[in-house]
Ligand binder design. Structure first.
Ligand code: PDD
Length: 289
């Protein structure tokens, strides 16, 4: 089966899908994106992703190319036409095509591209889902809350992780503060047993998986603190895990080559993975009903 992409109003063969060399996404990284997980042919937490997309566009003064209902049907069409049951849909909107000039063009016609690809199904073996991380300095800009396609520091960090043979690079900011992963949010169960993740501000991405998990914690009366922690606290934690559209709830059992806790997946991490998996299942079942 050939893959299909959506490019500016047309569904085209993936291999022939093109944007202009004058697209500002290509020239300046002047655009935003979303990655929406698909589980059993259902978008998980689509409302959260569309709300964050709208905010990213607003913050960068890029006009939305279409309303939410139309956007949803394009996403659904691309997922269906690529027969993705489990995987992701990727959406990118840029400030469009214009003669190269740093300032915004007088007339902005945003470019929009959507692709979908299959991925592994939801893991069933939590131990097999665990991975390691390294830590690297956070060299990003001051508006990491915007999901911009400007990802060079994240690319370099992830490549360092790949070279070290681990899953993720955790970004360390001023005063040794843990910011987030190169493409994930970071959570710990600290040495006193307190579940913590960094508060939201301009310096990290407000993860949709993070938000969904926070909602599940509230529903299940599991307390957590939106409270920053430093590198030493990270390394002394009983449990560390990551959240993202593709990582779900991902146990991290080593950091910079040292084991976290006893080096095994923690009980709270396993419990929260279970809660998130049930949350995804419930959305898929509701969609199917
Ligand atoms: N990344 N922090 C950063 C820097 C991210 O790039 C991401 C997502 C997250 C988690 O956000 P969410 O839970 O909404 O996926 C946190 C996506 C998956 C990516 O770039 O592929």
């Amino acid at each position: 089966m050939s893959r299909i992409a959506y490019v500016n109003g047309r569904y085209v063969a993936h291999h022939a899908a093109m944007v202009s060399i004058e697209d500002r996404g290509y020239q300046f990284g002047d655009g935003v994106y979303e990655v929406v997980p698909i589980y059993r042919s259902t978008f998980i937490d689509a409302d959260l992703h569309l709300a964050r997309l709208a905010r990213s566009l607003r913050e960068l003064e890029i006009p939305a190319p279409m309303g939410d209902a139309a956007l949803r049907s394009v996403l659904m069409m691309v997922a269906r036409r690529n027969r993705v049951r489990d995987g992701i849909v990727y959406l990118q909107i840029t400030r469009g095509v214009a003669r190269r000039d740093h300032a915004f063009p007088a007339r902005i016609i945003p470019s929009m591209v959507v692709t979908a690809r299959p991925g592994p199904p939801m893991p069933t073996d939590i131990d097999g889902w665990a991975g390691g991380a390294i830590t690297v300095p956070d060299i990003r800009w001051g508006r990491c809350d915007i999901k911009s396609v400007n990802l060079l520091p994240n690319v370099l960090a992830k490549q360092a992780a790949r070279r070290a043979g681990v899953y993720e690079a955790i970004l360390i900011g001023p005063a040794d503060q843990v910011m987030e992963g190169s493409s994930t949010n970071v959570w710990i169960v600290d040495h006193d047993g307190v579940l913590r993740t960094r508060r939201l501000d301009h310096h990290i991405l407000p993860g949709c998986t993070r938000a969904a998990l926070a909602g599940l914690l509230a529903e299940n009366t599991i307390s957590f603190r939106e409270d920053g922690f430093d590198l030493a606290t990270l390394k002394r934690a009983r449990e560390v895990f990551l959240t993202s559209a593709t990582s779900l709830v991902k146990p991290i059992t080593t950091i910079d080559g040292q084991p976290i806790g006893n080096g095994a997946v923690g009980t709270i991490t396993a419990q929260l993975f279970g809660l998130f998996a049930a949350h995804a299942r419930a959305q898929a079942e509701q969609e199917a009903a």
